[in-house]
Structures are given as structure tokens and as C-alpha cells.
Design a protein around this ligand. Structure first.
Ligand code: PEP
Ligand code: MG
Length: 764
């Protein structure tokens, strides 16, 4: 605490600064730290609330300011502090949740009149210090081990804030743009969750009291989860809220609570009880053959963590997410969204990750601006400070001044109007000027996304990423639950088609806490269809669920990341078994569900003729196709500048796939992010693609572009790109087309397209 008083004294240019804290046992204020008063008096001087000027600040909850302290009628002299040297005095209470936890006081030798600005600044200091104090006390109480001796993040952050007010304004950090839009909000630093095993906890002496406190903590955790479930459920649909439902069920489980109670009485320690009970559950679940049950252990662990946080009284690894939060994370894995109140997120900024990483894709689906690839941004920001995020520019601006805020508020308004204009195109066809029509479908992953599909006028679902359900549920739902979910999707979209892709886990789609094999090179490891074929129980349960739902609507089944015909054939064997079972059980399903493949590795594109003979449709996953063709990790910001779906090599594989599909007379679409890249859209249409599936919000934009194009010109453009040797040349061709089509003058999207072109031509 001594650095705290030193910093405050410096900030206020005072000769002494002292921190008095309420002692819970005696309910007196004790001098805990000082600079300026005699050090010997620390821990020796105590005074009841209400006594002396410090006590006055504490009981009234108001600042006490006096030019001549000794003349104040509440003045009390403590000879052991040596305070007779000081003349002027100011004290402010430190209040946390309505309770005074202490008082901060400054003194000066010379006579000084503290003005209202100084009083305000002093109060701000006290406010900043209060959590640090609570934290320090908490740490002392539970003996939290932290390898970093400089304290917790919250503590460091508060001290940094105290040490210097940002004087500099409009501090810009640039990253890779991943989702368009403008946000003005407050920074939320996403920290890693509290780990039970890192805690050393001091329990109550009385085990009964310990039980009571643990039960209270369970109650509080339940209430918190209830609140989150309700809010999320009403806004985003039940699937996202289901994360919380599972956790609530555990907390309501009589067996779980009774075991905890018994353990606390036996061990006298709530932390030990939680760890033991979770351990027992873990062992039981891990022995189960059904992977769904095996994965429930994550929920139990999550619940244990939440209860412990409530027991400690503070979520000291993080601050609550406030409305309009700009989430700043190190890396945003899709599973992390399940822990956040997504409806409060205004923007997402991360240090790591590429533009087609799944965190970025999720941000686009949420329709919040996002950027990535800014090393050190977590350290550069402070929770609670105001910032601007410009997703199109890939820019975050800290500490914006009023002028800039004004400018961005206007830009924000313009952006909203532009989006509304585009949405108004909902019912017009996606057709080129010369009559070539393109199906525009949407990529979704959660039930809540369905609303967006309708809002933006998509013609069905071109890609339903089922692994998103696994993230939302923190474990993949079982057959029954999946069947219900898919049925709801099919029904709500009918007669439009829904292309359901089987589980595509692995690579950067790692499920937090799910024990997937650790691999040196997960992008080339046991991911996607390989994982499904290796876990036939999960795979068949999913296939059954998809076929069961097929009776309710217009479903297509799609396999991800197929690299050879063998995988397709293996999957077909399992499908045949599943259909046989369903038939025998008399469960209805559609006998004509088309079975398609994703073309997302070069081997699939190169052998597309072979694959096309044994499947019903293709969909090109350009995100992975680019990654595997160019050997560029799609989630690595360091190589993001060479990740480019417009590279001639990628285009040539797309072309080969389209030709193979055409020879076999099967439909082909693109469902990677390239499908909504304005520079790529004209070329994909020119190459003969019939369907583009993108984030729902991108559908109107793609439609607007297509409606301004002539198919004849696009074919000519394609011929030009076939002679191009570099991605830059292809960018030029795409940019020229947008320009010639007059799209750069478009009132709603013109300026943004221009920015995009400028960036692309500059090689960003
Ligand atoms: C792709 O790879 O292009 C694709 C659509 O799949 P995902 O982004 O989910 O890997
Ligand atoms: Mg993919």
C-alpha cells in the first residue's frame, strides 16, 4: 500500500498522504500506510468511526477539507504520527458497495486551500484505490499465489491509472480489419478465468459457518446465472442461453449440493470441498463411454469456478461487462464467447488471430466491428476507458477528444443509415444487369442467427456451422437436443434450404477445456471430418439428428475438409448404417437429402472430378482453401499479409472445382469469407459460381454489388486474371470492375469500397 500513498501524495502535490482502513474485528479505522507521517505509527494509530477528521469523513461519507486542521472542532491530535507539522488537511472516504472500507487523507505543511477540482481528483483517487485495497485484503485472506509479484491485473491497472492520467489524446493503434462498423464504448480487458488450483484459501474456523457461506455463494452464483440466462435468452435465443441453463441445473442438483455440504463438514474448507467434489464428478464422467457425458465435466468445473468467485466476493480476475463494451483480448477463440454476455459487446479487438479466424467470423455474425493483430494492445488499454473502434479501417483510438468523438458519432450514424438502405433491398433479386441470377445464402452457427438471415433477406442457409453449438453448450449436445435444434432451423427456413455441415472441430476451433489431443500442428492434424470418422459415436449421433430433422424441412448434408474419396466413402458407410437404423425404428426422414462436400483443401479441388461423381454438391470453403494452398495459417496475424484468397493459385483451384462440378452437373457454391469480399464477388460470379454464402449482414452488400455488374464483363475479367501472376494484379482487376460499375460512387457503400481498395492495393 505504500506505493499507493506515495502516488497520491505526488498527484496532489501534498506533503503527507495516509491510508486508514476499517478493521473488521474492531470496527475502527487503523492507519495502514503513510508517507509524511512517522512510519512507526503505522498499525499503531486507531480511531473509532466518527472520531477525529478522518473519522468524520468516514461517518459522513463526505470529504472533509480544512485549511487549518487544528482549528477544526473535530480535530484529534495523535502525537505518535508527528502531524503537528502539518497545517491543511483533506480526507475522503473509500466506499465500496455502500460500505466505508477506509479513508484516504492528505496534509500539507504550508497553508493550502484545496479547490473543488482537487477534491474531485482526490475522490477519484480514492475510488481507484478502493478495489486495490479490497483485492489486497482478499489476496491476504485467501493467500492467492500469483507468480507476478506486482499484484493482480486489476491492482496494476488501478495503480497505472493513478500514476498518470492519459494526457495524450487520440492514441491510434492499427490492426487487421475483420468486421465492419463503428463502435464508441468502454474498454473491457478480457482476462483469463480464475483457476481453483491457484488458490490457497483460508476457511472459517467454524465449519458450520463455512457451509453457510458456501451455500450463500451457490445461491449468488445461481442468481447471477439466472439473470444472464434470462437476458441472453430473450435477446439471442435459447441456444446461447443454454450454456447457463446447464450450469443452473448443476447448482440445483441436490446430489451436488449435498456432497459439497458433506465435504465441507468433513474438511472444514469450502475450496477443498469444491475441488474434491469436482474431482469425483470428473472421474465418473471421464469413465463414461458417451462423449456427451464425458464433456459435462467442463460444466461442473465452470460451476465450481463461479461458486468460488462468489465465495471470494469479487470476480477479481475480471470486471463486469458493461453495456457497449469494447472487448480487448489476447486471442479470441470461439468458445470464449460462451463466457461473455455477448449482447453487451460493442466491438472486439484482439492481439492475435487472422481475418478469417473463427473469432473474427463470430464477430461478423454478431455484427460488431472487430480488428485483430495488434500485439501489446491488452497492455496499452485500461478497463473502463473510452475508445473508438473503426472496423473497416482496422483502427482503435484510445482517449479520443471531443472533436474526434463528434466525428465518429456522425460516421456511426452514416453507417447505420447505409446498412438500413441496403437492408431495404431485401426483396429484390440478386441478379446482374444482364440477368444472371445468383443465390445469396447465409452462414450461421447459432439459433439466434436465424433472425439475421431473415432480417438481411438471405435465400436460405448455405452453411450451418454445427460446431458453434458445441461452443455455446460447452460440450456438444446429444442426438435428441441436436435433432430438435436442426428441426427448428429447417422449419423456420422452409421451403428455403439449410445446408448443415457436420462437426468441424480442431484447428483454431478448439473447445476450451475439452480434452482434445494436443497436436504440434493442429491445422494439419486430427480435425474436422477426420475427427468425426475417428469418433463414430458422436458422428453417427449427429447424422441421425440431421436425418431426423430432414423430415421437417429442406436439409442438405455437408462434410467438411474432405481430402480424398476414401473419406467420403467412409462417411457414406456410416450414413447407410444410420439410415438403416432409422428405417427399422420407423423414424421418418427425407430419403433425398443431398450429400455434399466442402472443397477446402487443394487435394479436393485437384481431384474434384472424382469427388463430384459420388456426391450431390460442392461448397468451396475458401478460408481453409487459401490457408492450405498458400501454406498460411489463417489465424496467424504475422502472416496475415500473405493470406489472400485472390492469389492466382487459389483462383485456379476454385476454377478447377467449378469446372468439375459443371461436368458432373452438380451445384457449387462458395461459403468462405471470400463470398462477401467485394473485390472477389465479381470474379467468383465470372467464374460461374451459382451461390454465395456469407455472414447474414453481408448479404445485402453482395446483392448491391451483383446488381451493378454485367456478367459479360465478368467473364472478360476472369480471362485477365488467368494471365495474372500475383494477387496484387487480381486486386487491380477486381478494383477496376467495381470502379467501372460505378460502385465507388454509391452513396452507401462507395466510401467503404474505396477504403477497401486502397488497402488491398497497398497490400494490407
Ligand atoms: C472455410 O474454410 O472457408 C469455411 C467456410 O469453413 P470454416 O471457416 O468454418 O473453417
Ligand atoms: Mg473450413
Amino acid at each position: 500500500m505504500s506505493n499507493v500513498v506515495e502516488l497520491v501524495a505526488k498527484r496532489l502535490d501534498a506533503d503527507a498522504c495516509s491510508l486508514y482502513l476499517t478493521d473488521a474485528a474492531t470496527d475502527e479505522l487503523t492507519l495502514e500506510a503513510t508517507i509524511g507521517l512517522y512510519q512507526d505509527s503505522v498499525s499503531q494509530v486507531s480511531l473509532p468511526h466518527g472520531e477525529g477528521l478522518v473519522g468524520l469523513a468516514s461517518t459522513t461519507g463526505q470529504p472533509v477539507v480544512t485549511v487549518h486542521a487544528r482549528e477544526h472542532d473535530q480535530y484529534k491530535y495523535f502525537p505518535e504520527t508527528g502531524e503537528e507539522r502539518f497545517e491543511s488537511f483533506m480526507a475522503v472516504p473509500m466506499i465500496v458497495r455502500g460500505a466505508t472500507i477506509g479513508v484516504l487523507a492528505v496534509q500539507t505543511i504550508e497553508t493550502r486551500e484545496f479547490d473543488s477540482n482537487e477534491v474531485e481528483m482526490f475522490q477519484t483517487c480514492a475510488q481507484l484505490i478502493a478495489p486495490v485495497v479490497i483485492n489486497a485484503r482478499l489476496l491476504a485472506l485467501v493467500g492467492l499465489t500469483d507468480e507476478d509479484s506486482s499484484g493482480t491485473t486489476a491492482e496494476r491497472e488501478a495503480l497505472e491509472n493513478l500514476a498518470s492520467d492519459r494526457e495524450e489524446r487520440n492514441i491510434e493503434h492499427r490492426g487487421i480489419p475483420t468486421s465492419r462498423g463503428i463502435a464508441i464504448g468502454t474498454i473491457y480487458r478480457l482476462e483469463t478465468p480464475l483457476k481453483l488450483e491457484r488458490l490457497h484459501y483460508t476457511p472459517n474456523q467454524d465449519p458450520k459457518r463455512e457451509v453457510e457461506e458456501l451455500m450463500d455463494a451457490i445461491g449468488e452464483a445461481r442468481r447471477e446465472l439466472d439473470g444472464m440466462r434470462e437476458k441472453l435468452g430473450s435477446k439471442f435465443g435459447l441456444d446461447l442461453a443454454a450454456v447457463f441453463q446447464t450450469h443452473i441445473q448443476i447448482l440445483e442438483d441436490k446430489g451436488f449440493v449435498a456432497k459439497l455440504r458433506r465435504e465441507v463438514l468433513a474438511t472444514g474448507n469450502a475450496l477443498t470441498a469444491l475441488t474434491n467434489v469436482i474431482g469425483t464428478y470428473r472421474k465418473t464422467f471421464e469413465r463414461m463411454s458417451d462423449p456427451y457425458f464425458r464433456e459435462r465435466v467442463n460444466d461442473i468445473e465452470d460451476v465450481g469456478q463461479r461458486v468460488m468467485e462468489s465465495l471470494l466476493g469479487e470476480r477479481h480476475h475480471t470486471t463486469p461487462l458493461s453495456e457497449g463494451a469494447i472487448v480487448v483480448a489476447s486471442n479470441l477463440l470461439p468458445g470464449m464467447f460462451a463466457r461473455l454476455e455477448v449482447e453487451k459487446i460493442a466491438a472486439i479487438v484482439s492481439e492475435h488471430g487472422g481475418p478469417t479466424s473463427h473469432g473474427a467470423i463470430f464477430a461478423r455474425t454478431l455484427e460488431v466491428p472487430a480488428l485483430t493483430g495488434i500485439p501489446g494492445i491488452q497492455a496499452a488499454v485500461r478497463s473502463g476507458e473510452t475508445a473508438i473502434v473503426d472496423g473497416a479501417e482496422g483502427l482503435i483510438i484510445l482517449s479520443p477528444d471531443e472533436g474526434l468523438l463528434y466525428e465518429y458519432r456522425r460516421a456511426q450514424k452514416r453507417y447505420t443509415v447505409a446498412i438500413e438502405h441496403l437492408d431495404a433491398l431485401r426483396d429484390r433479386p440478386a441478379e446482374t444487369r444482364d440477368g444472371r441470377s445468383i443465390r445469396l445464402t447465409a452462414n450461421v452457427g447459432l439459433m439466434s442467427d436465424l433472425r439475421l438471415v431473415n432480417q438481411h433477406g438471405a435465400d436460405g442457409i448455405g452453411l450451418f456451422r454445427t460446431e458453434m453449438l458445441a461452443f455455446a453448450h460447452r460440450g456438444f449436445p446429444g442426438e435428441e437436443e441436436q435433432a430438435q435444434l436442426y428441426e427448428r432451423v429447417a422449419k423456420s427456413m422452409a421451403p428455403r434450404t439449410v445446408t448443415i455441415r457436420t462437426l468441424d472441430l480442431g484447428g483454431d476451433k478448439e473447445m476450451p477445456d475439452v480434452s482434445m489431443r494436443l497436436e504440434d500442428n493442429p491445422q494439419l492434424g486430427c480435425r474436422s471430418i477426420r475427427l468425426s470418422l475417428a469418433n463414430q459415436g458422436i458422428f453417427k449421433a449427429q447424422l441421425r439428428a440431421i436425418y431426423r430433422a430432414s423430415a421437417a424441412g429442406n436439409i442438405r448434408l455437408m462434410l467438411p475438409m474432405v481430402t480424398s474419396i476414401d473419406e467420403l466413402r467412409s462417411a457414406k458407410v456410416l450414413i447407410a448404417e444410420v439410415l438403416d437404423d432409422l428405417k427399422r425404428a420407423g423414424i421418418p426422414y427425407d430419403e433425398n437429402v443431398p450429400l455434399g462436400l466442402m472443397i477446402e483443401v487443394p487435394s479436393a479441388a485437384i481431384t474434384a472430378d472424382v469427388l463430384a461423381r459420388e456426391c450431390d454438391f460442392f461448397s468451396i470453403g475458401t478460408n481453409d482453401l487459401t490457408q492450405y494452398t498458400l501454406a498460411v495459417d489463417r489465424g496467424n496475424e504475422h502472416v496475415a499479409h500473405i493470406y489472400d484468397p485472390l492469389h492466382p493459385a487459389v483462383l485456379s483451384l476454385i476454377d478447377a472445382s467449378i469446372r468439375a462440378a459443371s461436368r458432373a452437373n452438380i451445384p457449387i457454391s462458395v461459403c468462405g469469407e471470400m463470398a462477401s469480399n467485394p473485390l472477389a464477388v465479381p470474379l467468383l460470379v465470372g467464374l460461374g459460381i451459382q451461390e454465395l454464402s456469407s455472414a447474414p449482414s453481408a448479404v445485402p452488400l453482395v446483392k448491391e454489388i451483383i446488381r451493378e455488374l454485367d456478367f459479360g464483363d465478368l467473364e472478360a475479367d476472369v480471362r485477365k486474371t488467368q494471365k495474372a501472376g500475383t494477387a496484387a494484379e487480381v486486386h487491380q482487376i477486381g478494383a477496376a470492375r467495381l470502379r467501372d460499375a460505378g460502385l465507388l460512387e454509391h452513396p452507401d457503400i462507395g466510401p467503404w469500397l474505396q477504403t477497401l481498395i486502397d488497402k488491398a492495393l497497398l497490400g494490407h
